[in-house]
Design a protein around this ligand. Structure first.
Ligand SMILES: NC(=O)CC[C@H](N)C(=O)O
Length: 728
């Protein structure tokens, strides 16, 4: 008898864990963050000004000030009972990394002291060789260092037993190659700032800084910890590789926006509190579509901070869940047959004059500025759709994209009916003889459409991977486990490049004697025409769209190994090099890392499937098979052979599935052996995708899941879907 599953079911404690909540969020918000106000209190004037200047301009901290700043940060941290500090960074493993050091040290004469000097604040040296580097190590110096990024404030992590001061850093090799998600992101944000300011200055000379903003939405599942631990697949892969659909799944749609189950509600309040302390401005919480699926989302922030807050939140949620005997599943598709989880990235750009560049303006002039940025975004997505696709590619997101619940792998833009009409108007009316009078009439007409658009911001298309939602674009294809930094690096870089080109094109027309606004409208028109084919207003889940997209020549790359090709095309190498984001070597290294990650993930899942099938599923089926054999024999002995037909049929079915599952296991092991002999990473990743995953995963699962339906429940050792999804 399988004990772990039944033990786990018996031990489920549905009583919510008590959470001490404060009445007002403002009372605790950012209390564990070295904010502007805290800096003012703990730093002398000179040090404070130096820190503020670095935050504002993204410059390195003045070394002479570093000691003073470090001292101030330590004094603050110690006042909160902190004894250790760490450089907190985001290597390409996909998780966050930290190595704690104590403030405590011994002077040369043995006197114990507590210290944190400027050097320790600014730079540390973790062992770069143990993090993914995609071959950069072979050609360059192996060492790497973390460098403080003052634009993201220091914070104290005090969940669990210890309290640690965390200094957000970027991670780079000694020769300057970036080894993390943050370094390129910071560069991309600088690139878009420069390009966008130049374009803004056509409309408003006062704009001196443009900061992209991000509001992410985090979807996740929650399951009981005991049940989780009894599922080796959840434990090792974050998703179930087997499991028959329960009789009730999400068909009644009774979970979405329903009342939040008490035990989960306690967990939510708890992780929200911890998030508030860390300055993560969470606003919303609700049940998502699938049973046991939920979502939370903060107020939007500057991209850099929003990215840190999202990675931090994933860590906080995981830690807090343990207090409630729960486990958070961040995987894009933990359960087959029901919805998966996304991390929709709501993106826009804000000026230092307080304008959201993707919000329709109040005057015809500001509307033209809005239209400029709006159309440039569409053009950027059109020109670099392959890179956006690559930026969200992962083994886990492959299970979600195109599964009729999340956007397909075809990248398209949804603009909504009013803006579609505006684009059509510009296209039709800006012709060769377009003069000043036409221009002012068109601007007025566009202006008149805007109030309708504002009312229309609920006109959302949830089937589009990249949808305009009234004052921002929602990049919906991003997966729930992803670090937003990668898609944000790509999006902001392609936007920077497109805006730079736009400026060149407009300036070119102005030099030829065209009036500025007419030159802008001509260029906008040209961009609308050039990128039309990427706009799609219909149902992105439908088969017709797949066909239509193919007719339009839009790519539909369904799996990661080939989606990643876009990273290293001539066009991509040039784009990232020109904008100072990645060198060729860095991009090639990243490509290699992503391929390796893919191979390893599929390999781990495949091994796990073999392990579970061989040691859990087949043995349970064989035990039950033996029981049935004895029954048939017994009936025969009693001369009741004819009444044994049904049992015999059942026996045959079970034997057949055992047989097929065993064959599938053997075939998968053989396929893996062949793949492991391939040396080229791309070829190996493709082989793992087609020869291991596509050829065997579903087939083995089919027989295993059939057995789950036939075998005596008491023999089944793995918690079933109905238990994982409904028992809490
Ligand atoms: N209601 C929703 O927005 C569902 C989104 C879906 N879970 C996704 O993966 O993107």
């Amino acid at each position: 008898m399988s004990s772990l599953r039944f033990e786990a079911l018996k031990n489920i404690n549905s009583t919510p864990t008590e959470v001490a909540t404060t009445t007002k969020v403002t009372a605790i918000f950012a209390e564990n963050v070295f904010t502007h106000a805290v800096a003012r209190q703990f730093l002398a004037d000179e040090a404070f000004k130096s820190l503020q200047a670095s935050v504002k301009n993204g410059h390195k901290i003045d070394r002479s000030m570093a000691n003073q700043i470090a001292n101030g940060i330590r004094a603050w941290a110690e006042s909160k009972g902190v004894t250790h500090y760490t450089h907190w960074f985001q290597p390409l493993t996909g998780t966050t990394a930290e190595k704690h050091d104590s403030f405590f040290t011994l002077k040369s004469d043995g006197t114990p002291i507590e210290t944190f000097d400027g050097d320790a604040l600014i730079q540390q040296e973790p062992d770069a060789s143990s993090f993914p580097n995609g071959g950069l190590r072979a050609t360059f110096e192996a060492r790497g260092y973390t460098a403080w990024d003052p634009s993201s404030p220091a914070f104290i992590m005090d969940i669990g037993t210890g309290k640690t001061l965390c200094i957000p850093t970027i991670f780079i090799s000694y020769t300057g190659e970036s080894l993390d998600y943050k370094a390129p992101l910071v560069k991309a944000l600088e690139a878009i700032n420069r390009a966008a300011v130049d374009v803004c200055n056509y409309f408003d000379k006062n704009v001196t800084r443009v900061t992209p903003t991000l509001g992410w939405e985090q979807e996740y599942f929650v399951v009981d910890e005991g049940l989780f631990n009894a599922r080796p697949d959840l434990l090792l892969c974050g998703r179930t590789v087997f499991g028959h659909s329960p009789a009730k799944g999400q068909q009644l749609e009774d979970h979405y926006f329903g009342s939040i189950p008490e035990r989960i509600y306690a967990f939510m309040r708890d992780f929200e509190q911890e998030s508030y302390r860390l300055g993560i401005p969470l606003r919303t919480r609700h049940n998502e579509v699938a049973p046991a699926q939920f979502e939370c989302a903060p107020i939007f922030e500057e991209v850099n901070i929003a990215v840190d807050h999202n990675t931090l939140l994933m860590d906080v949620m995981t830690r807090v869940a343990a207090r409630h005997g729960l486990r958070v599943l961040l995987h894009e598709k933990p359960f087959a047959g029901i919805n998966g989880s996304g991390k929709h990235n709501n993106w826009s750009m804000a000026t230092d004059t307080g304008v959201n560049l993707l919000a329709p303006g109040k005057t015809p002039k500001t509307n033209l500025m809005f239209l400029t940025f709006f159309v440039n975004t569409i053009k950027a997505v059109h020109d670099y759709a392959d890179l956006l696709r690559a930026s969200i590619a992962s083994a886990s997101n492959d299970f979600r994209l195109g599964a009729n619940e999340a956007p397909p792998a075809i990248i398209s833009v949804f603009v909504g009916q009013y803006l579609a009409k505006v684009l059509q108007d510009v296209k039709e009316r800006v012709g060769d003889n377009f003069d000043e009078q036409d221009e002012s009439m068109l601007k007025m007409d566009i202006h008149r459409s805007i109030p309708e658009l504002l009312q229309d911001n609920t006109d959302r298309n949830r089937t589009s991977p990249f949808a305009f939602t009234g004052n921002k674009f929602e990049f919906r294809a991003v997966g729930s486990t992803a670090n937003c930094a990668n898609p944000m690096t790509v999006l902001n870089t392609i936007m920077a490049e497109t805006l730079k080109q736009f400026k060149k094109d407009v300036d070119g027309l102005i030099e030829k004697g065209e009036k500025k606004e007419i030159a802008i409208l001509h260029t906008i028109r040209e961009y609308i025409v050039a990128s039309e084919k990427v706009c799609f207003e219909g149902d992105g889940y439908s088969e017709e769209w797949e066909k239509e997209a193919e007719r339009r020549g839009l790519a539909n790359v369904k799996t990661t190994p080939t989606a990643l090709d876009a990273m290293v095309t001539e066009k991509s190498l040039k784009l990232f090099q020109d904008n100072n984001i990645y060198t060729h070597a860095e991009l090639e290294a990243r490509h290699e890392i992503e391929l390796e990650k893919y191979i390893k993930k599929v390999q781990i899942e495949s091994r796990l499937m073999v392990d579970l099938a061989s040691t859990h599923i087949i043995p349970a089926a064989v035990r039950y098979q033996n029981t049935l054999i004895n029954t048939v024999r017994g009936l025969k002995d009693l001369g009741l052979e004819s009444t044994g037909t049904c049992t015999r049929n059942l026996l045959e079915k079970i034997s057949n599935h055992i047989n097929e599952a065993t064959k599938a296991v053997e075939a998968m092991v053989e396929a893996r052996k062949k793949c492991n002999n391939i040396t080229d990473s791309r070829e190996k990743a493709i082989a793992y995708c087609t020869e291991v995953k596509e050829a065997h995963f579903d087939n083995l699962r089919y027989h295993a899941d059939k057995l789950e339906q036939l075998v005596d429940d008491r023999e089944w050792s793995l918690p079933k879907y109905r238990e994982l999804l409904f028992v809490r």
